[in-house]
Design a protein around this ligand. Structure first.
Ligand SMILES: Nc1ncnc2c1ncn2[C@@H]1O[C@H](COP(=O)(O)OP(=O)(O)OP(=O)(O)O)[C@@H](O)[C@H]1O
Length: 283
């Protein structure tokens, strides 16, 4: 049973990024997929309020994994747990384990700085520093001790190219990032995340504040980025999840209700709650 109509599928793709469903499925079947992160029995509490319940999830390498679900279901909490940013809230407690490349990130000897380098994050609203485009992108490498101008130049160029914004900005590297459009700012923030050579990129509703053209640029970029990086993207927009992700996780009230290949989840959901959500009966 097709849950999203042909017409919606046409509208949502706009002919930009999607491949025929059958072709995509074939590709996925052929490809051997490793996991970059593995979440086991994860629970999380804000003080006495439990926000995540017994989450088990293997996150595939070099794929786009979408997290969907109604407001307050724990999507942001979940992805911020993957790089332990959630623990910036002092009342947070967790149990269970999250492995990044087979090492438990909650272990005392797992360096948080290393985790944040390897598991980068892009936020809902573009948040460039009030500095030049160049300094924004060079910020992380400088913090990591890279000082040589030639090396920084190379990193800045490569990161902006990988974020598909080099051509637009190569003559404006000294311009203040605040003066860019929202969509350009978001791609500079993606370049800033890429500059420290992450492995996983967490994106928390990265297009929710962008116009449709900037949104489609970021969506196209995500398709490019997954060739090198593993991407986990929170989105309120089910059409976006269907357009750009390989796997989708549906969260509800802090539980992971269903996690499947995106086409399967949208076309043949196994749980009634998933079906009700994707067909718009709630949320
Ligand atoms: N800093 C915090 N302190 C206490 N409770 C919090 C905090 N952040 C989130 N929560 C609670 O945790 C639960 C999950 O929130 P979270 O923001 O992860 O959901 P979400 O699915 O990302 O929502 P939205 O789609 O609205 O962004 C909610 O009940 C929320 O109130």
């Amino acid at each position: 049973m097709t849950k999203i109509s042909e017409e919606t599928q046409e509208t949502r793709t706009g002919g930009l990024t999607s491949k025929p469903v059958v072709e995509r499925k074939e590709k996925q079947k052929k490809a051997e997929v490793n996991n970059v992160m593995q979440v086991d029995d994860l629970n999380l509490w804000y003080g006495s309020n439990q926000a995540l319940y017994e989450i088990n999830m293997d996150i595939p390498e070099k794929r786009v994994t979408a997290i969907i679900g109604p407001s307050g279901c724990g999507k942001s909490t979940f992805i911020k747990t993957l790089n332990r940013m959630v623990e910036m809230v002092p009342i947070v407690k967790t149990s269970g384990s999250i492995k990044y490349r087979d090492q438990n990130i909650f272990n005392g000897d797992f360096k948080q700085e290393y985790l944040r380098t390897k598991v980068g994050m892009v936020f809902q609203s573009p948040n460039p520093f009030p500095k030049s485009v160049y300094d924004n992108v060079a910020y992380g490498p400088r913090v990591h001790g890279i000082k040589k101008k030639e090396v920084l130049d190379e990193i800045v160029e490569k990161s902006l190219k990988d974020a598909a914004i080099w051509d637009e900005l190569k003559d404006r590297l000294d311009a203040n990032a605040y003066g860019l459009s929202g969509g350009q700012q978001q791609r500079v923030c993606i370049a800033r995340a890429l500059a420290v050579e992450p492995d996983v990129i967490l994106m928390d509703e990265p297009t929710s504040s962008l116009d449709p053209i900037s949104t489609s640029k970021v969506e196209e970029l995500v398709q490019e980025l997954k060739k090198k990086y593993s991407i986990i993207i929170v989105t309120h927009n089910m059409q976006q999840a269907a357009r750009i992700s390989d796997k989708t996780a549906f969260f509800l009230n802090g539980e992971l209700v269903e996690f499947a290949e995106t086409d399967d989840l949208f076309q043949n959901p196994q749980d009634k709650r998933t079906e009700d959500y994707i067909t718009g009966r709630f949320g």
